[in-house]
Design a protein around this ligand. Sequence first.
Ligand SMILES: NC(=O)c1ccc[n+]([C@@H]2O[C@H](COP(=O)([O-])OP(=O)(O)OC[C@H]3O[C@@H](n4cnc5c(N)ncnc54)[C@H](OP(=O)(O)O)[C@@H]3O)[C@@H](O)[C@H]2O)c1
Length: 320
Amino acid sequence: MSKIIAVTGGTGAQGGGVANIMLKTPGWKVRVITRNADGEKAKALVAQGAEVVQADFNDEDSLVKAFEGVHAIFAVTNFWEALFTGNTQQQAGEIEEEQSMKLARAATKTSTLEHYIWSTLPGAKNMTDGKIEVPHLDYKANVDARIKSELPQLANKTTYLFFGYYPSNMAFFPFLKPIEVPGTGKWIQILPTPSTATIPITGDMTITPGTWVRQILANGSKTFGKYAIVASEILTFGELLEIWSQVSGREGAYLETTLDDFAKVWGVAGAEMGAQLKFGEVITDWGTNYPGLISKEDLGITEDDAPGAKKALEALKSFL
Ligand SMILES: NC(=O)c1ccc[n+]([C@@H]2O[C@H](COP(=O)([O-])OP(=O)(O)OC[C@H]3O[C@@H](n4cnc5c(N)ncnc54)[C@H](OP(=O)(O)O)[C@@H]3O)[C@@H](O)[C@H]2O)c1
């Protein structure tokens, strides 16, 4: 009999990538959790063979019901939605932490659960001795600590995932999308970090999230309590822009700005993203402080299974 994985965020980038691959993985059925089971994305997932169940991260009881009978849960929360709807960076973090704990507590009430996969990020505040705060990282890291201290039974079957930077940010996030400079034939990417700064890249978001989840489930208890980075490669921002230029056929120019100026243009979202980039300048290895990180190779993930930034941007060419 097939096992069931509940995929939160299945109508979005991470969960969508998980659902895509798990729907093709023998032995597994996919249950997507969404607030809008009648929406177009939900209908498309049903057409691909998924079950779709309505629940809300703000409503723990709805999550308990949605998780009934599942063997695995992929849990992801969306910091940016709270930020883009009028909250401060800290408030958005608090909302995300609260939602994440509701997900985790609902998971503990799922008697059939064998594996919990939590999409978190490295804690910037902890890793920089309080010098750099990045709420969309720090509040997720708080949740890791709370799962370990408040829900030890769940911690015993949890694998923690750090997602790298999505190449699709260059297509869909206004402040990360290169901008045309009228009359020059050039497109500039303005970021508050040097072009030589590095970042792990998730690669093709329709594939890599599911590849990691499939392999984590296949490796089972070996991955309990461990962290893994969903990344096809590590690139500099300059290299990423070069790939964008090759794929789009446009000449890209990289312009470094200050965090203050970036935030002046893009508001709280710019301040938040810029803070992450400052963190990345200080901590280049996300595995620092996370001993026992499971590598791509440990999980049995090959290059073919993890298409990188070039393939990701080629698939998104019409959105660049
Ligand atoms: N962009 C990057 O490079 C990057 C890198 C690493 C990590 N991240 C992290 O990724 C997270 C966002 O994930 P994503 O990029 O997959 O987001 P996304 O594409 O914007 O999708 C968000 C998903 O979350 C679901 N969702 C949001 N609020 C919900 C609620 N209250 N109840 C139920 N479902 C809810 C949405 O479902 P419905 O709308 O269908 O209900 C949707 O499926 C953020 O926290 C961010 O920090 C981003």
